[in-house]
Design a protein around this ligand. Sequence first.
Ligand SMILES: Nc1ncnc2c1ncn2[C@@H]1O[C@H](COP(=O)(O)OP(=O)(O)OP(=O)(O)O)[C@@H](O)[C@H]1O
Length: 468
Amino acid sequence: MRKNLFPDPPILLVCSEADWCENLMDDLTQDAGINNILIRNDSSKTVGLLQYQEISLVLLDPDTPPLSGEDVLEVLNYDHPRVPVIIVAGSNQGGRASHWLKRGAFGFHLKDESRENLLATIRKALTHCELQRENRALRERMLHDGLDQPAAFSGLVTRNRKMISLFKYIEAIAPSSEPVLITGESGVGKELFARAIHQASRAKGKLVAVNAAGLDDQAFSDSLFGHVRGAFTGADRDRAGLVEKAAGGTLFLDEIGDLNTASQVKLLRLLQEGEFFPLGSDTLKRVKVRMLFATNQDLAVKKVAGEFRRDLYYRLCTHHLHIPPLRERTEDIPLLLRHFLQEAAASLGKKIPTPPEELAILLSTYHFPGNIRELRAMVHNAVSLHRSGKLSMESFRRTILTHTRTAPDAGMGDFEATLRQLGQLPTLKEADEMLMNEALRRSQGNQKIAAAMLGISPPALSKRRKKT
Ligand SMILES: Nc1ncnc2c1ncn2[C@@H]1O[C@H](COP(=O)(O)OP(=O)(O)OP(=O)(O)O)[C@@H](O)[C@H]1O
């Protein structure tokens, strides 16, 4: 069976010291799972090879004959500017780091230095290349309209432009192994996005989801990394964790903003090194798994407050999707309404009810703190109450009215703040008129809905409008 090769495309090692090359290859395979390396002991073959073979990065010993290291580096930088070159030099080059960096090398290491530093630079260069590749793919994708894999997004109902751009972004980054952070208010569809990323990645492994909320460090480590027999009371046999179950696939960690600080350290190690210790074991395990994270909290604020590690924060943000709340994409409401009417009717074994035309308008006036989950619940509730004829708007009205009047975040704080900033207040008559106009604008001219928003009856609204 063909082994999984990493990285893909390979690393090119240009060096004529065969023993050193072999040692380095062993170390890279053991310490970083790097098993795709080409070796050339003749520097004149380097440039030619890159003409027909894609290469991730070049490790160049500048003393490899017959060309000078400076010449090879110059040609590589000129002809293949996207391929980073790391100089790995003999001790005769000690103290010449700035010489090589000024000439465009990505990094400089002496052969007899610790491997750890070299490994860190290689990892950095590989990430750099991957991000560059994704940026190019992203740019190309933005220029094209359609989606390559519409099936991956079939569960996400939308016609909003921002959402479609997010789908395109996902297609561009789906093949990458970098983490993705999905943010957005509760109920906007973060889990559905995680599923779409997994599907678009065409990964062979499974999608495994875990919720980090309420997990202490022991529960987190046990869930993710598993344990060995005797690790704690009751651990009567070895048990694999979710990371292993997701190997070759995707691990989706929801509510990442709630992760305790001890677990944050372990997660960072998993992300950076792909390594972890099962509970009670001192044997490192290594897996390849794509990691997705979701939260409805502002991680930047948590980072500043010292509740979320800075290094982990920056690692998570490599790719970031922010899903807009439903109130910012009201054009989706009619589509979602139809979708959930069909879903609810099917699950309740009823005929799909016809909604009144003004239902979508009523819904678009509401701020939906619970987003799509809230809309779904409203529709399921209305369909379960429905007997025959047109769908009644009553249950929708009641929910909206209750939430609008009682919600602490119904926008009244903003309104008061705006009022305080006004130099001159409007007269009561002017304020009356402005409010009525705004309600009618939001309700697309529907008097009944506008009146409900203002807390008066439709005849009262009509009377007041005649007076102004
Ligand atoms: N665009 C959409 N089309 C169809 N259904 C959707 C869409 N977005 C969300 N939903 C549905 O809304 C509900 C909530 O979605 P989901 O669980 O993905 O939200 P979330 O952002 O992960 O929420 P939370 O932050 O509370 O975990 C689910 O039933 C989901 O199927």
